[in-house]
Design a protein around this ligand. Structure first.
Ligand SMILES: *[C@@H]1O[C@H](CO)[C@@H](O)[C@H](O)[C@H]1NC(C)=O
Ligand SMILES: *[C@@H]1O[C@H](CO)[C@@H](O)[C@H](O)[C@H]1NC(C)=O
Ligand SMILES: *[C@@H]1O[C@H](CO)[C@@H](O)[C@H](O)[C@H]1NC(C)=O
Ligand SMILES: *[C@@H]1O[C@H](CO)[C@@H](O)[C@H](O)[C@H]1NC(C)=O
Length: 373
């Protein structure tokens, strides 16, 4: 097959009869799922990390039970009980398998042709976010690894110039929450910290530089996950036991960020001809659950499903205790640990992202439409 195509490309006369699209176009078509998408490159933090932190020196690992208790392969480094939103989006896109984590040494050769995940729990848009946890891949580092390691490997694997290749991949970016929880509002989700609107602008400005970089490398289809209402996560209660429910300042920061994310996306689309950017409004999707859990099949939207390590024992308000107790009816809980949603919520988000027709849930088109463009 490969040799035949090479011959066709070398002999224009033969290609005249046999309609040569050249090697690149052929290999591009070969591995594309019915959805129109060949794979996903994933960047961001723990909500989309699928095991990178297992291989890094840091204190943000979840490679132990009860994490992964409902995942087919057990604990994998996913920050939830089962599949994360990327796994579920991949299913919707009918990709042939799970996307491998970059830091796993076995992620190479044919394993990368449907994409690679670079996300790292604890990281943020800003380079120093989460650095107190040890080595987490910042967004800058994630994109550098994509450019310097994965892209040449992918070109070699597919025998194709990436400029012509990457338009068939989704570039999914889910990042920013930790810039608030693990940076701006650190060390204690300090609600008396004066919230500066300029911080959200700084974050979205920085994010837009990263997106332009991915565009310059060939990325054309982007999916951005907005921040979810992190003022409402169980972690807040660990730091502020008297807090009845959501921490206003944090949600305010999140909303500032999300508003700017949308205007930034609209603005940079103009500067990136041929690109499309879809924003998944996780804030609304999760808030709708939190406001009326039972209408969406949930019973508990406040507590973590797992037993958290208390602050007094050195916990961070997020992590489940190793081998600790876990709730029985995990589909009824919104949060698995102090920060991350359960698989049941991830299913909800992935379904909305893929097929919602509401612009206040996925904007301006859904991922199913994006895939077919
Ligand atoms: C890849 O394609 C682009 C656009 O057609 C071109 O500018 C670039 O030189 C090509 N790179 C290689 C390594 O062939
Ligand atoms: C919270 O922030 C305020 C104002 O920035 C500061 O004075 C106070 O010390 C902080 N408290 C904690 C516990 O970090
Ligand atoms: C935004 O970035 C500028 C330039 O780096 C910096 O001076 C300013 O303090 C930042 N603002 C906030 C709120 O972080
Ligand atoms: C996506 O959005 C379009 C337009 O609103 C809608 O027709 C379609 O049903 C949605 N879902 C899927 C899976 O395409």
């Amino acid at each position: 097959m490969e040799i035949k195509l090479l011959l066709l490309c070398l002999f224009p006369l033969a290609s005249f009869f046999l309609q040569c699209n050249c090697h690149c176009a052929a290999s591009k078509k070969k591995g594309t799922a019915a959805s129109g998408i060949r794979g996903m490159f994933v960047f961001g933090s723990s909500l989309v990390d699928n095991g990178n932190n297992n291989f890094l020196q840091n204190k943000a690992k979840v490679n132990y039970l009860p994490y992964g208790i409902d995942f087919p392969y057990g604990p994998s480094g996913r920050y939830t009980n089962g599949k994360n939103v990327i796994d579920l989006l991949g299913e919707q896109l009918q990709l042939p398998g799970l996307i491998p984590p970059f830091a796993d040494p076995s992620t190479k050769a044919s394993k990368i042709v449907h994409g690679v995940n670079f996300a790292s729990g604890g990281s943020g848009i800003l380079d120093d976010t989460g650095s107190f946890l040890g080595h987490v891949y910042s967004l800058t580092e994630q994109i550098n690894k994509f450019e310097e390691v994965t892209l040449p490997e992918l070109e070699a694997e597919l025998g194709c110039n990436s400029t012509h290749l990457l338009s068939k991949y989704l570039f999914v970016v889910g990042v920013g929450g930790n810039d608030y929880t693990f940076n701006y509002f650190r060390p204690s989700l300090n609600g008396s910290t004066i919230l500066d609107q300029g911080f959200a602008s700084n974050l979205t400005n920085s994010l837009s530089q990263h997106l332009k970089k991915l565009y310059s490398l060939g990325g054309r289809k982007f999916v951005l996950m907005s921040l979810y209402p992190i003022g409402c996560i169980p972690m807040v209660k660990s730091f502020k036991p008297k807090q009845k429910f959501c921490l206003r300042e944090l949600n305010l920061g999140v909303r500032q960020f999300n508003t700017q994310l949308k205007s930034t996306a609209d603005a940079i689309k103009e500067q990136m001809p041929g690109s499309n950017i879809v924003i998944v409004n996780q804030y609304k999707i999760i808030m709708d659950i939190i406001k009326d859990p039972s209408s969406k099949g949930f019973k508990d939207a406040k507590r973590a499903c797992c037993d958290l390590i208390p602050l007094s024992e050195g916990g961070n308000g997020v992590s489940c205790r190793k081998g600790g107790n876990v709730c029985g009816d995990r589909n009824a809980y919104v949060y698995f640990d102090g920060l991350h949603p359960t698989e049941a919520v991830n299913v909800h988000i992935a379904n909305k992202a893929f097929s919602s027709y509401l612009k206040n849930e996925v904007y301006p088109i859904n991922v199913s439409q994006l895939a077919k463009l």
